[in-house]
Design a protein around this ligand. Structure first.
Ligand SMILES: *Cc1c(COP(=O)(O)O)cnc(C)c1O
Length: 230
């Protein structure tokens, strides 16, 4: 816990340096702290150090933390896969979801979003590197999905998210991220108004920022390495 403020500061310094290198303003990139597998106390430590947006992958685990920390003004982002039987929990507890890749899931999220809450903020997950087993909408299907999701009343479509396979080097990382960026531009040119490009993690945030990311999702560089229960 004691290392969290220091490590958070180091990540913010990396983001600053990457923005400088890319000629971008610091406030053009938001840091999402990915707290999956870490306890509410770790989230609290990062919050006390100034971090207010957190990402979680596992819905049940997340709901426990969200409930425990409900007194804090935290923005909660769902960045893990959302199955049909989990849409209600996501719609009721999160502010954002980055992993919508099917219309059916989006429709359920919209129907189940409580009316007293602001619209759920949504990114479409795109399978930019074509991995056959990976989730994410195929790039060629993204425009149709985006147009349909943009019509749903309780959702606000904000942008695209991707999780590329680890690449060999910076140039290779950028090549994949730029596919996501080009798709983002193409959707906006087609009339959508997207402002969020969610890409980059602990290992590749510099390449993501060089390639236009507006939100990096960083876990281990802030909280340490994760230990999954057996
Ligand atoms: C775990 C996770 C992250 C953070 O990964 P790190 O390598 O720990 O920074 C980011 N995005 C998604 C979707 C994740 O599942």
């Amino acid at each position: 816990m004691t290392m969290i403020p220091l490590q958070l500061g180091a990540v913010l310094a990396r983001i600053h340096a990457a923005c400088q290198a890319a000629g971008r303003a610091d406030d053009s990139v938001t840091l999402l702290a990915v707290s999956k597998t870490f306890p509410a106390e770790a989230v609290q430590a990062a919050f006390d150090a100034g971090q207010s947006a957190f990402g979680e992958n596992y819905i049940q685990e997340a709901v426990q933390k969200i409930t425990a920390l409900r007194h804090l003004p935290i923005q909660w982002h769902c960045i893990g896969p959302v199955q049909s039987n989990k849409t209600r929990l996501v719609a009721e507890h999160f502010d954002w979801v980055h992993t919508v890749d099917r219309l059916k899931i989006a429709q359920r999220l919209s129907e189940q979003r409580p009316k007293h809450l602001p619209p759920l903020q949504v990114c479409l997950q795109v399978n930019v590197d074509g991995g056959p087993t990976k989730s994410g909408v195929a790039p060629e299907d993204a425009l149709a999905l985006a147009q349909a999701v943009a019509q749903l009343p309780q959702l606000q479509l904000r942008g695209l998210m991707c999780i590329p396979e680890p690449a060999a080097n910076f140039v290779a990382e950028c090549a994949v991220f730029k596919r996501a960026r080009d798709l983002f531009y193409a959707l906006n040119a087609a009339g959508l108004s997207l402002d969020t490009l969610s890409m980059g993690m602990s290992a590749d945030l510099e390449a993501a920022i060089a390639s236009g990311s507006s939100m990096v999702r960083v876990g281990s560089a802030i909280f340490g390495s994760r230990h999954y229960p057996a």
